[in-house]
Design a protein around this ligand. Structure first.
Ligand code: GLC
Ligand code: CA
Length: 567
Protein backbone atom coordinates (compact mmCIF):
# COMPACT_ATOMS: atom_id res chain seq x y z
CA UNK A 1 0.00 0.00 0.00
CA UNK A 2 1.36 3.43 -0.94
CA UNK A 3 1.97 5.67 2.06
CA UNK A 4 -0.29 8.67 1.81
CA UNK A 5 1.04 12.16 2.44
CA UNK A 6 0.17 13.69 5.80
CA UNK A 7 -1.74 16.50 4.15
CA UNK A 8 -3.95 14.27 2.02
CA UNK A 9 -7.25 14.35 3.88
CA UNK A 10 -5.82 16.44 6.74
CA UNK A 11 -7.81 19.03 8.65
CA UNK A 12 -5.99 22.33 8.87
CA UNK A 13 -7.07 24.72 11.62
CA UNK A 14 -6.68 28.38 10.66
CA UNK A 15 -5.63 30.60 13.56
CA UNK A 16 -6.03 34.36 13.32
CA UNK A 17 -3.40 35.20 15.96
CA UNK A 18 -4.75 38.64 16.93
CA UNK A 19 -8.01 37.05 18.04
CA UNK A 20 -6.95 33.74 19.56
CA UNK A 21 -5.67 34.33 23.10
CA UNK A 22 -3.98 37.34 24.67
CA UNK A 23 -1.44 36.44 27.36
CA UNK A 24 0.10 39.84 28.16
CA UNK A 25 -3.04 41.92 28.63
CA UNK A 26 -2.72 44.29 25.68
CA UNK A 27 -6.02 43.19 24.14
CA UNK A 28 -4.38 41.47 21.16
CA UNK A 29 -3.79 37.73 20.83
CA UNK A 30 -0.18 36.53 20.69
CA UNK A 31 2.07 33.56 19.94
CA UNK A 32 2.21 32.48 23.59
CA UNK A 33 -1.58 32.39 23.55
CA UNK A 34 -1.50 29.96 20.64
CA UNK A 35 1.08 27.78 22.42
CA UNK A 36 -1.13 27.73 25.48
CA UNK A 37 -4.06 26.44 23.47
CA UNK A 38 -2.16 23.67 21.65
CA UNK A 39 -3.66 21.05 24.00
CA UNK A 40 -7.14 22.33 23.04
CA UNK A 41 -6.31 22.00 19.33
CA UNK A 42 -4.68 18.65 19.73
CA UNK A 43 -7.61 17.24 21.68
CA UNK A 44 -9.97 18.67 19.06
CA UNK A 45 -8.26 16.34 16.61
CA UNK A 46 -6.99 18.59 13.82
CA UNK A 47 -3.76 17.74 11.99
CA UNK A 48 -2.17 21.11 11.40
CA UNK A 49 -2.37 24.80 12.16
CA UNK A 50 -2.06 27.64 9.73
CA UNK A 51 -1.21 30.97 11.32
CA UNK A 52 -2.11 34.28 9.71
CA UNK A 53 0.87 36.70 9.72
CA UNK A 54 2.71 37.52 12.94
CA UNK A 55 5.68 39.29 11.31
CA UNK A 56 6.94 42.81 11.90
CA UNK A 57 4.32 45.11 10.39
CA UNK A 58 2.80 48.58 10.65
CA UNK A 59 -0.50 46.63 10.86
CA UNK A 60 -2.42 48.72 8.37
CA UNK A 61 -3.73 45.44 6.95
CA UNK A 62 -3.22 43.64 10.26
CA UNK A 63 0.01 41.92 9.38
CA UNK A 64 -0.46 41.29 5.65
CA UNK A 65 1.67 44.42 5.22
CA UNK A 66 5.10 43.10 6.17
CA UNK A 67 7.99 45.33 7.18
CA UNK A 68 10.44 42.54 8.02
CA UNK A 69 9.68 39.01 6.82
CA UNK A 70 11.91 37.25 9.29
CA UNK A 71 11.10 39.16 12.48
CA UNK A 72 8.24 38.42 14.86
CA UNK A 73 6.30 41.62 15.55
CA UNK A 74 6.68 42.55 19.25
CA UNK A 75 2.87 42.71 19.43
CA UNK A 76 2.86 38.92 18.97
CA UNK A 77 5.96 38.12 21.01
CA UNK A 78 9.57 37.22 20.35
CA UNK A 79 11.37 34.81 18.04
CA UNK A 80 11.73 32.46 21.01
CA UNK A 81 7.94 32.42 21.40
CA UNK A 82 7.63 31.18 17.85
CA UNK A 83 10.22 28.45 18.49
CA UNK A 84 8.27 27.42 21.55
CA UNK A 85 5.04 27.34 19.55
CA UNK A 86 6.61 25.09 16.91
CA UNK A 87 8.06 22.77 19.58
CA UNK A 88 4.79 22.57 21.49
CA UNK A 89 2.76 21.93 18.35
CA UNK A 90 5.17 19.31 17.05
CA UNK A 91 5.26 17.74 20.50
CA UNK A 92 1.50 17.26 20.19
CA UNK A 93 1.77 15.87 16.68
CA UNK A 94 0.47 19.03 15.02
CA UNK A 95 2.13 20.50 11.91
CA UNK A 96 2.52 24.24 11.62
CA UNK A 97 1.95 26.20 8.42
CA UNK A 98 2.47 29.94 8.27
CA UNK A 99 1.31 32.69 5.96
CA UNK A 100 3.74 33.64 3.19
CA UNK A 101 2.91 36.99 1.63
CA UNK A 102 4.87 37.24 -1.62
CA UNK A 103 2.87 39.76 -3.66
CA UNK A 104 3.55 42.87 -1.63
CA UNK A 105 5.45 44.31 1.29
CA UNK A 106 4.71 47.21 3.59
CA UNK A 107 5.89 50.54 2.20
CA UNK A 108 8.03 50.67 5.35
CA UNK A 109 9.97 47.58 4.23
CA UNK A 110 13.65 48.50 3.62
CA UNK A 111 13.35 47.14 0.06
CA UNK A 112 10.68 49.69 -0.80
CA UNK A 113 12.40 52.44 1.14
CA UNK A 114 15.40 51.90 -1.10
CA UNK A 115 13.30 51.47 -4.25
CA UNK A 116 11.40 54.71 -3.80
CA UNK A 117 14.61 56.77 -3.62
CA UNK A 118 14.35 57.27 -7.38
CA UNK A 119 14.95 55.75 -10.82
CA UNK A 120 18.64 55.30 -9.99
CA UNK A 121 18.03 53.09 -6.94
CA UNK A 122 19.53 49.60 -7.17
CA UNK A 123 16.19 48.28 -5.93
CA UNK A 124 14.04 50.43 -8.23
CA UNK A 125 13.02 47.39 -10.26
CA UNK A 126 12.09 45.33 -7.17
CA UNK A 127 8.71 47.02 -7.41
CA UNK A 128 6.75 48.16 -10.48
CA UNK A 129 7.32 51.83 -11.35
CA UNK A 130 5.93 53.45 -14.48
CA UNK A 131 5.62 56.85 -16.10
CA UNK A 132 2.09 58.30 -16.17
CA UNK A 133 -0.18 57.38 -19.09
CA UNK A 134 0.48 59.51 -22.22
CA UNK A 135 -2.35 61.89 -21.34
CA UNK A 136 -1.37 61.90 -17.65
CA UNK A 137 -2.84 59.84 -14.83
CA UNK A 138 -2.18 56.23 -13.81
CA UNK A 139 -0.38 53.95 -16.33
CA UNK A 140 -3.41 51.65 -16.74
CA UNK A 141 -6.93 51.02 -15.41
CA UNK A 142 -6.10 48.42 -12.75
CA UNK A 143 -7.87 48.87 -9.43
CA UNK A 144 -7.28 47.55 -5.95
CA UNK A 145 -9.59 45.23 -4.09
CA UNK A 146 -10.79 48.37 -2.41
CA UNK A 147 -11.90 49.73 -5.76
CA UNK A 148 -9.34 52.55 -6.02
CA UNK A 149 -6.62 52.96 -8.66
CA UNK A 150 -3.83 50.43 -8.13
CA UNK A 151 -1.26 53.15 -8.85
CA UNK A 152 0.09 55.87 -6.59
CA UNK A 153 2.27 58.72 -7.87
CA UNK A 154 5.46 59.67 -6.12
CA UNK A 155 5.84 63.44 -6.47
CA UNK A 156 9.68 63.39 -6.57
CA UNK A 157 10.10 61.22 -9.66
CA UNK A 158 6.61 61.76 -11.07
CA UNK A 159 6.40 57.97 -11.54
CA UNK A 160 3.64 55.71 -10.29
CA UNK A 161 4.11 52.49 -8.31
CA UNK A 162 1.77 49.52 -8.38
CA UNK A 163 -0.15 48.21 -5.38
CA UNK A 164 -2.94 45.64 -5.58
CA UNK A 165 -4.09 46.61 -2.07
CA UNK A 166 -3.42 49.72 0.02
CA UNK A 167 -0.98 52.37 -1.26
CA UNK A 168 1.10 51.40 1.78
CA UNK A 169 1.39 47.84 0.37
CA UNK A 170 3.44 48.10 -2.86
CA UNK A 171 3.56 45.01 -5.12
CA UNK A 172 6.90 43.26 -5.54
CA UNK A 173 8.09 42.66 -9.09
CA UNK A 174 8.50 38.89 -9.37
CA UNK A 175 9.89 39.28 -12.89
CA UNK A 176 13.09 40.49 -11.27
CA UNK A 177 15.20 37.40 -10.37
CA UNK A 178 16.64 39.17 -7.32
CA UNK A 179 13.13 39.51 -5.89
CA UNK A 180 12.48 35.84 -6.43
CA UNK A 181 15.76 34.90 -4.74
CA UNK A 182 15.14 37.22 -1.80
CA UNK A 183 11.61 35.90 -1.29
CA UNK A 184 12.76 32.29 -1.61
CA UNK A 185 15.32 33.08 1.09
CA UNK A 186 12.43 34.19 3.29
CA UNK A 187 10.80 30.80 2.77
CA UNK A 188 14.10 29.05 3.59
CA UNK A 189 14.41 31.07 6.78
CA UNK A 190 11.11 29.73 8.12
CA UNK A 191 11.63 26.21 6.80
CA UNK A 192 14.95 26.16 8.65
CA UNK A 193 13.04 27.23 11.75
CA UNK A 194 10.85 24.19 11.43
CA UNK A 195 7.62 25.22 9.72
CA UNK A 196 5.84 22.51 7.76
CA UNK A 197 4.79 24.78 4.95
CA UNK A 198 3.07 27.93 3.85
CA UNK A 199 -0.28 29.33 2.92
CA UNK A 200 0.66 31.50 -0.05
CA UNK A 201 -1.24 34.77 0.14
CA UNK A 202 -2.84 36.02 -3.11
CA UNK A 203 -1.10 33.26 -5.06
CA UNK A 204 -2.25 34.28 -8.58
CA UNK A 205 -1.05 37.88 -8.24
CA UNK A 206 2.67 37.20 -8.65
CA UNK A 207 2.51 37.07 -12.44
CA UNK A 208 0.79 39.98 -14.14
CA UNK A 209 0.67 40.91 -17.81
CA UNK A 210 4.24 42.03 -18.63
CA UNK A 211 2.83 44.76 -20.89
CA UNK A 212 0.51 45.96 -18.12
CA UNK A 213 -2.48 46.08 -20.44
CA UNK A 214 -5.83 47.39 -19.17
CA UNK A 215 -8.35 44.95 -17.73
CA UNK A 216 -11.50 44.60 -19.84
CA UNK A 217 -14.80 45.62 -18.26
CA UNK A 218 -16.70 42.84 -16.48
CA UNK A 219 -19.03 40.92 -18.75
CA UNK A 220 -22.42 39.70 -17.55
CA UNK A 221 -22.21 36.35 -15.82
CA UNK A 222 -18.49 36.45 -15.06
CA UNK A 223 -19.14 36.85 -11.36
CA UNK A 224 -20.99 33.58 -10.78
CA UNK A 225 -20.08 32.12 -7.38
CA UNK A 226 -18.49 35.32 -6.26
CA UNK A 227 -19.36 37.48 -3.28
CA UNK A 228 -20.00 41.04 -4.51
CA UNK A 229 -16.84 43.09 -4.04
CA UNK A 230 -18.06 46.57 -4.93
CA UNK A 231 -16.14 48.48 -7.62
CA UNK A 232 -13.57 45.69 -7.93
CA UNK A 233 -16.27 43.74 -9.76
CA UNK A 234 -16.45 46.33 -12.56
CA UNK A 235 -13.51 44.68 -14.33
CA UNK A 236 -12.46 41.23 -15.46
CA UNK A 237 -9.20 40.70 -13.68
CA UNK A 238 -7.48 39.18 -16.67
CA UNK A 239 -4.26 41.16 -16.82
CA UNK A 240 -3.53 42.04 -13.21
CA UNK A 241 -3.05 38.41 -12.13
CA UNK A 242 -2.71 34.81 -13.23
CA UNK A 243 -0.40 35.31 -16.25
CA UNK A 244 0.85 31.87 -17.43
CA UNK A 245 4.34 32.73 -16.10
CA UNK A 246 2.90 32.02 -12.67
CA UNK A 247 3.49 28.31 -13.19
CA UNK A 248 7.26 28.67 -13.42
CA UNK A 249 7.26 30.46 -10.08
CA UNK A 250 5.29 27.72 -8.33
CA UNK A 251 7.34 24.95 -9.92
CA UNK A 252 10.46 26.55 -8.48
CA UNK A 253 8.75 27.04 -5.14
CA UNK A 254 7.78 23.35 -5.10
CA UNK A 255 11.38 22.37 -5.82
CA UNK A 256 12.45 24.50 -2.87
CA UNK A 257 9.89 22.85 -0.57
CA UNK A 258 10.79 19.39 -1.80
CA UNK A 259 14.44 19.98 -0.99
CA UNK A 260 13.49 19.95 2.71
CA UNK A 261 12.86 16.82 4.74
CA UNK A 262 13.79 13.23 4.04
CA UNK A 263 11.17 12.76 1.36
CA UNK A 264 9.65 15.33 -0.98
CA UNK A 265 6.11 16.33 0.01
CA UNK A 266 6.71 16.79 3.74
CA UNK A 267 6.73 20.60 3.53
CA UNK A 268 3.81 21.97 1.61
CA UNK A 269 2.07 24.98 0.14
CA UNK A 270 -1.58 25.96 0.25
CA UNK A 271 -2.47 28.64 -2.27
CA UNK A 272 -5.00 31.39 -1.72
CA UNK A 273 -6.75 31.28 -5.09
CA UNK A 274 -10.05 33.07 -5.54
CA UNK A 275 -10.83 31.46 -8.86
CA UNK A 276 -14.29 30.07 -9.50
CA UNK A 277 -13.67 28.73 -12.98
CA UNK A 278 -12.61 25.31 -11.77
CA UNK A 279 -10.50 24.40 -14.77
CA UNK A 280 -8.50 27.64 -14.27
CA UNK A 281 -8.28 26.89 -10.54
CA UNK A 282 -7.02 23.35 -11.15
CA UNK A 283 -4.04 24.61 -13.18
CA UNK A 284 -2.40 25.69 -9.93
CA UNK A 285 -1.71 22.05 -9.10
CA UNK A 286 0.70 22.05 -12.07
CA UNK A 287 0.60 19.80 -15.10
CA UNK A 288 2.52 17.07 -13.27
CA UNK A 289 1.19 17.99 -9.84
CA UNK A 290 4.46 19.83 -9.44
CA UNK A 291 3.24 23.27 -8.31
CA UNK A 292 0.97 24.14 -5.35
CA UNK A 293 0.16 21.08 -3.23
CA UNK A 294 -3.23 22.34 -2.13
CA UNK A 295 -4.76 25.21 -4.10
CA UNK A 296 -7.48 26.42 -1.76
CA UNK A 297 -11.01 26.21 -3.06
CA UNK A 298 -13.40 28.84 -1.73
CA UNK A 299 -16.47 27.56 -3.56
CA UNK A 300 -18.40 26.69 -0.40
CA UNK A 301 -18.16 30.31 0.71
CA UNK A 302 -19.85 31.47 -2.46
CA UNK A 303 -22.50 28.82 -2.93
CA UNK A 304 -26.12 29.19 -1.78
CA UNK A 305 -26.92 26.83 1.09
CA UNK A 306 -29.18 24.59 -0.96
CA UNK A 307 -28.63 20.88 -1.57
CA UNK A 308 -28.67 21.20 -5.36
CA UNK A 309 -26.21 24.08 -5.40
CA UNK A 310 -23.78 22.42 -2.99
CA UNK A 311 -23.93 19.13 -4.88
CA UNK A 312 -23.30 20.89 -8.18
CA UNK A 313 -20.32 22.72 -6.71
CA UNK A 314 -18.71 19.61 -5.24
CA UNK A 315 -19.19 17.69 -8.48
CA UNK A 316 -17.80 20.54 -10.59
CA UNK A 317 -14.71 20.82 -8.39
CA UNK A 318 -14.10 17.07 -8.44
CA UNK A 319 -14.60 16.93 -12.21
CA UNK A 320 -11.97 19.63 -12.71
CA UNK A 321 -9.53 17.97 -10.33
CA UNK A 322 -6.41 16.56 -12.01
CA UNK A 323 -5.86 12.83 -11.54
CA UNK A 324 -4.39 12.05 -8.08
CA UNK A 325 -4.71 15.66 -6.90
CA UNK A 326 -6.17 16.34 -3.46
CA UNK A 327 -9.16 18.71 -3.33
CA UNK A 328 -9.52 21.29 -0.56
CA UNK A 329 -12.59 22.77 1.12
CA UNK A 330 -12.79 26.04 3.01
CA UNK A 331 -15.89 26.86 5.06
CA UNK A 332 -14.73 30.08 6.73
CA UNK A 333 -11.88 32.55 6.79
CA UNK A 334 -10.74 35.86 8.24
CA UNK A 335 -11.82 37.51 4.97
CA UNK A 336 -15.41 36.27 4.75
CA UNK A 337 -18.62 36.46 6.78
CA UNK A 338 -18.86 33.73 9.43
CA UNK A 339 -20.37 30.45 8.31
CA UNK A 340 -22.97 30.65 11.13
CA UNK A 341 -24.08 33.99 9.69
CA UNK A 342 -24.19 32.68 6.12
CA UNK A 343 -26.21 29.52 6.76
CA UNK A 344 -27.87 30.42 10.09
CA UNK A 345 -27.06 29.13 13.58
CA UNK A 346 -29.36 26.10 13.25
CA UNK A 347 -27.53 24.96 10.12
CA UNK A 348 -23.98 25.60 11.38
CA UNK A 349 -23.66 21.97 12.60
CA UNK A 350 -24.61 20.75 9.12
CA UNK A 351 -21.99 23.01 7.59
CA UNK A 352 -19.39 21.46 9.90
CA UNK A 353 -20.60 17.97 9.03
CA UNK A 354 -20.31 18.76 5.33
CA UNK A 355 -16.84 20.30 5.67
CA UNK A 356 -15.52 17.30 7.58
CA UNK A 357 -17.09 14.62 5.38
CA UNK A 358 -16.10 15.82 1.92
CA UNK A 359 -13.19 14.04 0.26
CA UNK A 360 -9.88 15.89 0.55
CA UNK A 361 -8.29 18.38 2.89
CA UNK A 362 -10.44 20.70 4.99
CA UNK A 363 -9.64 24.12 6.41
CA UNK A 364 -11.46 25.00 9.62
CA UNK A 365 -11.39 28.66 10.66
CA UNK A 366 -10.96 29.36 14.37
CA UNK A 367 -14.24 29.97 16.13
CA UNK A 368 -16.33 28.08 13.58
CA UNK A 369 -16.10 25.02 15.85
CA UNK A 370 -17.95 27.14 18.44
CA UNK A 371 -20.47 28.54 15.96
CA UNK A 372 -19.25 32.11 16.38
CA UNK A 373 -21.66 34.50 14.66
CA UNK A 374 -20.63 37.65 12.83
CA UNK A 375 -19.72 40.16 15.53
CA UNK A 376 -21.73 43.35 15.67
CA UNK A 377 -19.16 46.09 15.17
CA UNK A 378 -20.26 49.69 15.71
CA UNK A 379 -19.09 52.02 12.92
CA UNK A 380 -16.69 53.73 15.34
CA UNK A 381 -15.05 50.38 16.14
CA UNK A 382 -14.33 49.29 12.55
CA UNK A 383 -10.64 48.44 12.19
CA UNK A 384 -10.43 46.66 8.83
CA UNK A 385 -9.11 48.91 6.03
CA UNK A 386 -11.73 47.44 3.67
CA UNK A 387 -14.44 48.20 6.21
CA UNK A 388 -13.17 51.74 6.65
CA UNK A 389 -13.50 52.27 2.89
CA UNK A 390 -16.71 50.31 2.41
CA UNK A 391 -18.48 49.28 5.66
CA UNK A 392 -20.45 46.60 3.79
CA UNK A 393 -17.20 44.78 2.98
CA UNK A 394 -15.73 44.95 6.49
CA UNK A 395 -14.01 41.74 7.54
CA UNK A 396 -14.05 42.62 11.23
CA UNK A 397 -17.26 40.66 12.02
CA UNK A 398 -15.40 37.40 11.28
CA UNK A 399 -12.33 38.42 13.27
CA UNK A 400 -13.76 38.85 16.76
CA UNK A 401 -11.83 37.22 19.61
CA UNK A 402 -12.31 33.63 20.75
CA UNK A 403 -14.58 33.31 23.82
CA UNK A 404 -12.79 30.78 26.02
CA UNK A 405 -14.71 30.71 29.29
CA UNK A 406 -17.13 32.63 31.50
CA UNK A 407 -15.95 35.81 33.17
CA UNK A 408 -14.62 39.17 32.05
CA UNK A 409 -13.68 39.29 28.37
CA UNK A 410 -14.62 35.60 28.11
CA UNK A 411 -11.05 34.71 29.02
CA UNK A 412 -9.64 36.14 25.78
CA UNK A 413 -7.72 38.89 27.56
CA UNK A 414 -7.25 40.14 31.11
CA UNK A 415 -10.21 41.68 32.94
CA UNK A 416 -10.41 45.42 32.40
CA UNK A 417 -8.55 45.32 29.07
CA UNK A 418 -10.42 46.30 25.92
CA UNK A 419 -10.07 43.54 23.30
CA UNK A 420 -8.88 44.89 19.94
CA UNK A 421 -12.30 43.99 18.49
CA UNK A 422 -15.52 43.53 20.48
CA UNK A 423 -16.20 40.02 21.77
CA UNK A 424 -19.26 38.09 20.77
CA UNK A 425 -20.73 34.87 22.15
CA UNK A 426 -22.08 32.00 20.08
CA UNK A 427 -25.52 30.57 20.98
CA UNK A 428 -23.82 27.48 22.45
CA UNK A 429 -21.67 29.56 24.80
CA UNK A 430 -17.94 29.72 25.41
CA UNK A 431 -15.46 26.96 24.57
CA UNK A 432 -15.49 25.82 28.20
CA UNK A 433 -19.27 25.60 28.27
CA UNK A 434 -19.38 23.70 24.98
CA UNK A 435 -16.62 21.38 26.16
CA UNK A 436 -18.93 19.86 28.78
CA UNK A 437 -22.07 19.91 26.65
CA UNK A 438 -22.26 16.73 24.55
CA UNK A 439 -24.75 18.43 22.25
CA UNK A 440 -22.60 21.46 21.48
CA UNK A 441 -21.08 22.26 18.11
CA UNK A 442 -17.66 21.83 19.70
CA UNK A 443 -18.55 18.28 20.77
CA UNK A 444 -19.90 17.55 17.32
CA UNK A 445 -16.71 18.86 15.72
CA UNK A 446 -14.61 16.66 17.99
CA UNK A 447 -16.78 13.61 17.20
CA UNK A 448 -16.53 14.28 13.47
CA UNK A 449 -12.76 14.66 13.63
CA UNK A 450 -12.47 11.46 15.61
CA UNK A 451 -14.66 9.58 13.14
CA UNK A 452 -12.59 11.00 10.29
CA UNK A 453 -9.38 9.75 11.86
CA UNK A 454 -10.73 6.25 12.29
CA UNK A 455 -12.56 5.94 9.04
CA UNK A 456 -10.67 5.80 5.75
CA UNK A 457 -13.87 6.50 3.81
CA UNK A 458 -13.73 10.06 5.13
CA UNK A 459 -10.96 12.38 4.09
CA UNK A 460 -9.52 10.35 1.27
CA UNK A 461 -12.33 8.15 -0.05
CA UNK A 462 -14.76 8.62 -2.89
CA UNK A 463 -18.10 10.41 -2.83
CA UNK A 464 -21.36 9.52 -4.55
CA UNK A 465 -24.41 11.77 -4.39
CA UNK A 466 -27.83 10.21 -3.98
CA UNK A 467 -31.11 11.49 -5.33
CA UNK A 468 -33.85 12.15 -2.84
CA UNK A 469 -35.91 15.00 -1.47
CA UNK A 470 -34.71 18.38 -2.75
CA UNK A 471 -34.31 19.61 0.84
CA UNK A 472 -31.68 17.00 1.62
CA UNK A 473 -28.06 16.72 0.58
CA UNK A 474 -27.24 13.01 0.61
CA UNK A 475 -24.05 11.22 -0.32
CA UNK A 476 -22.11 8.11 0.46
CA UNK A 477 -18.43 8.00 1.22
CA UNK A 478 -16.44 4.88 0.47
CA UNK A 479 -12.90 4.02 1.42
CA UNK A 480 -10.17 4.44 -1.19
CA UNK A 481 -9.44 1.13 -2.96
CA UNK A 482 -6.15 0.48 -1.13
CA UNK A 483 -7.79 0.60 2.31
CA UNK A 484 -11.23 -0.83 1.58
CA UNK A 485 -11.68 -4.21 3.17
CA UNK A 486 -7.99 -4.23 4.09
CA UNK A 487 -8.77 -6.18 7.21
CA UNK A 488 -11.31 -8.63 5.98
CA UNK A 489 -14.43 -6.56 5.42
CA UNK A 490 -15.47 -6.42 9.04
CA UNK A 491 -17.76 -3.51 9.75
CA UNK A 492 -15.54 -2.54 12.67
CA UNK A 493 -12.49 -2.15 10.44
CA UNK A 494 -13.68 1.34 9.55
CA UNK A 495 -13.76 0.39 5.90
CA UNK A 496 -17.51 0.23 5.39
CA UNK A 497 -19.21 3.02 3.46
CA UNK A 498 -20.88 5.87 5.29
CA UNK A 499 -24.04 7.67 4.31
CA UNK A 500 -24.35 11.37 5.07
CA UNK A 501 -27.75 13.09 5.00
CA UNK A 502 -28.06 16.80 5.66
CA UNK A 503 -31.50 18.32 6.01
CA UNK A 504 -30.99 21.92 4.97
CA UNK A 505 -34.46 22.99 6.09
CA UNK A 506 -36.23 23.45 9.43
CA UNK A 507 -38.89 20.89 8.56
CA UNK A 508 -38.91 17.13 9.18
CA UNK A 509 -38.17 15.32 5.89
CA UNK A 510 -38.73 11.61 5.14
CA UNK A 511 -35.75 10.04 3.38
CA UNK A 512 -36.89 6.48 2.57
CA UNK A 513 -35.80 7.05 -1.03
CA UNK A 514 -32.28 7.87 0.05
CA UNK A 515 -31.99 4.91 2.41
CA UNK A 516 -33.34 2.52 -0.21
CA UNK A 517 -33.39 -1.21 0.54
CA UNK A 518 -30.23 -1.14 2.56
CA UNK A 519 -30.43 -1.14 6.35
CA UNK A 520 -28.71 1.91 7.77
CA UNK A 521 -28.50 3.22 11.32
CA UNK A 522 -27.52 6.66 12.49
CA UNK A 523 -23.99 6.71 13.87
CA UNK A 524 -23.77 10.42 14.52
CA UNK A 525 -26.50 13.05 14.40
CA UNK A 526 -26.83 16.77 15.00
CA UNK A 527 -30.43 16.35 16.15
CA UNK A 528 -31.39 17.08 19.75
CA UNK A 529 -32.62 14.51 22.29
CA UNK A 530 -33.57 11.08 21.08
CA UNK A 531 -37.20 10.76 20.22
CA UNK A 532 -37.03 8.23 17.41
CA UNK A 533 -34.96 5.13 16.72
CA UNK A 534 -31.53 5.21 15.12
CA UNK A 535 -33.00 3.83 11.94
CA UNK A 536 -35.96 6.20 11.67
CA UNK A 537 -36.21 7.20 8.01
CA UNK A 538 -37.21 10.76 8.83
CA UNK A 539 -34.69 13.55 9.27
CA UNK A 540 -35.68 15.92 12.01
CA UNK A 541 -35.68 19.68 11.29
CA UNK A 542 -32.11 20.85 10.56
CA UNK A 543 -30.79 17.35 11.24
CA UNK A 544 -27.53 16.17 9.76
CA UNK A 545 -26.75 12.50 10.23
CA UNK A 546 -23.99 10.05 9.42
CA UNK A 547 -25.23 6.50 8.91
CA UNK A 548 -23.48 3.15 8.97
CA UNK A 549 -24.76 0.05 7.21
CA UNK A 550 -26.34 -2.54 9.45
CA UNK A 551 -25.25 -6.07 8.74
CA UNK A 552 -27.86 -8.82 9.07
CA UNK A 553 -27.32 -10.89 12.17
CA UNK A 554 -25.20 -8.25 13.88
CA UNK A 555 -26.36 -6.61 17.02
CA UNK A 556 -27.43 -3.01 16.46
CA UNK A 557 -24.47 -0.85 17.49
CA UNK A 558 -25.29 0.79 20.78
CA UNK A 559 -22.24 2.90 21.44
CA UNK A 560 -21.58 5.78 19.17
CA UNK A 561 -18.86 8.29 18.44
CA UNK A 562 -20.36 10.86 20.74
CA UNK A 563 -23.27 11.37 23.05
CA UNK A 564 -24.90 13.18 20.17
CA UNK A 565 -25.38 9.92 18.40
CA UNK A 566 -27.78 8.34 20.88
CA UNK A 567 -30.86 8.30 18.73
C1 GLC B 1 -5.30 38.01 1.39
C2 GLC B 1 -5.54 37.95 2.87
C3 GLC B 1 -6.22 39.21 3.29
C4 GLC B 1 -5.31 40.38 2.97
C5 GLC B 1 -4.90 40.36 1.51
C6 GLC B 1 -3.73 41.25 1.27
O1 GLC B 1 -6.47 38.04 0.67
O2 GLC B 1 -6.28 36.81 3.18
O3 GLC B 1 -6.55 39.20 4.65
O4 GLC B 1 -5.97 41.60 3.24
O5 GLC B 1 -4.49 39.09 1.09
O6 GLC B 1 -2.55 40.67 1.72
CA1 CA C 1 -1.08 40.21 23.60
Amino acid sequence: MRQRSWWNGAVIYHVYPRSFLDTNGDGVGDLSGISRRIPYLSSLGVDALWLSPFFSSPMEDFGYDIRDHTAVDPLFGKAADFDELIDTAHGHGLRVLIDYVPNHTAAEHPWFQESRKGPGSHRRDWYTWREPAPGGGPPNNWITLFGESAWTREPESGQYYLHSFLPSMPDLNWRNPDVRNAMFDVARFWLDRGVDGFRVDCAPLLAKDPELRDNPPAAAGTLAHHRPMGDYDSQQHLNDQGHPDIHGIYRDFRTLLDSYGDTPGERISLGEIHEYDWSAWSRYFGRDLDEIHLPLNFGLLQTPWRPGAVRELVQAVLRALPHAAVPTWVMGSHDDPRVAARVGAAQAPNAMMLLLTLPGTAVLYNGDELGLPNADIAPADIRDPWGLRNPGLSRDPARSPMPWHDGPNAGFTTPGTRPWLPLTLPPGGTAAAQEVDPRSLLSLTRALLSLRRNHPALGTGTVEFLDGPTEVLAYTRSAPPETAFASGSDSNSGSEPLLITLNLTDRAIPIDRVLGDRRWARHLTTAPAASTSASSPVLRPDEGAIWKPQFPGRRQEGSATSARSQC
